[in-house]
Design a protein. Structure first.
Length: 279
């Protein structure tokens, strides 16, 4: 028989995970849909469920000198209105779902769900987010790209819970978010894009691009980015065709009910080109 458990606090949650096999559920906004057999039936779970959204000690936003720490149970709606949350992340959140869903959805849930089309993941990849995984005996600090291994697949172990997300403080000159979907918000992305640059005295000192829904995971390639650091803005703009060629090799979208691979490929390249043109 499946157990449904609500821990009293964070330590209690860790203890449950140590003792048995539980599926951790935060807001459940993605998971409940996946587990539902039809519109008029409740979700069906095959494993024990640990409901952790009530853990107040995991609801926080703390800004430090070089980083921002976000508790894993902090809702997207709270993040949207918090003064210390980066504007780029807010730009993404405002186009994610309805206010009702945002009031229970979390970044941690998006990470654990590991959807290639997860909007918040694109921004988190771009901002070099670190995911803190806690268990009975240790905390693991992993870059988000090391946590998400593929569609619906992560390295999170059965005895671990996402404790917090750490985002380095970045002072980008320009940061851009674009979501291409059936409608502006409350829709799964066909393609999503984040780009950011830092410019000092006409030189590009930071160059970042992240793409969602065009590969098995979010695309971010630091080797390509490194090629265009410490170049003049004009040099980067003039090399747009080569940049597009680099990313074309990485973009491998699929056909599904929302879009087709040719459209996704074309749109992704157009978004990169537009970003470079407007640096």
């Amino acid at each position: 028989m499946v157990k449904h458990t609500i821990p009293k606090n964070f330590d209690d949650a860790i203890d449950y995970l140590y003792q048995g096999d539980y599926q951790v559920i935060a807001g459940g906004t993605d998971l409940m849909i996946q587990k539902r057999n039809s519109a008029d039936l409740p979700p069906l779970f095959n494993s024990n469920c640990l409901y952790v959204f009530n853990l107040e000690e995991l609801k926080y936003v703390i800004k430090e000198e070089k980083q921002i720490r976000i508790g894993s149970m902090t809702s997207l709606e709270v993040l949207l209105h918090h003064p210390d949350v980066p504007q780029l992340l807010k730009d993404v959140i405002i186009e994610m779902a309805s206010p009702g869903i945002r009031s229970v959805a979390t970044l941690a849930g998006n990470i654990a769900n590991a959807s290639p089309a997860g909007d918040s993941l694109v921004a988190l990849y771009l901002m070099d987010a670190i995911v803190v995984l806690s268990s009975m005996n240790q905390n693991r600090y992993l870059p988000i790209e090391k946590v998400i291994l593929g569609p619906r697949k992560t390295c999170i172990q059965n005895n671990e819970i996402i404790k917090e997300i750490v985002i380095p403080v970045n002072e980008f000159t320009k940061a851009t978010w674009v979501k291409v979907g059936g409608r502006r918000a409350d829709a799964i992305s066909k393609v999503s894009f984040c780009g950011a640059v830092t410019i000092q005295k006409g030189m590009v000192t930071e160059f970042r691009i992240a793409l969602g829904a065009v590969y098995m995971t979010v695309i971010r390639n630091r080797q390509i980015e490194k090629l265009y650091k410490n170049m003049s803005v004009e040099t980067v703009k003039n090399d747009a065709s080569n940049i597009l060629s680099h990313y074309q090799e990485l973009i491998k979208p699929i056909d599904d009910q929302r879009s087709n691979k040719d459209y996704r490929n074309k749109v992704a390249l157009n978004l990169i080109e537009d970003f470079i043109k407007n640096i």
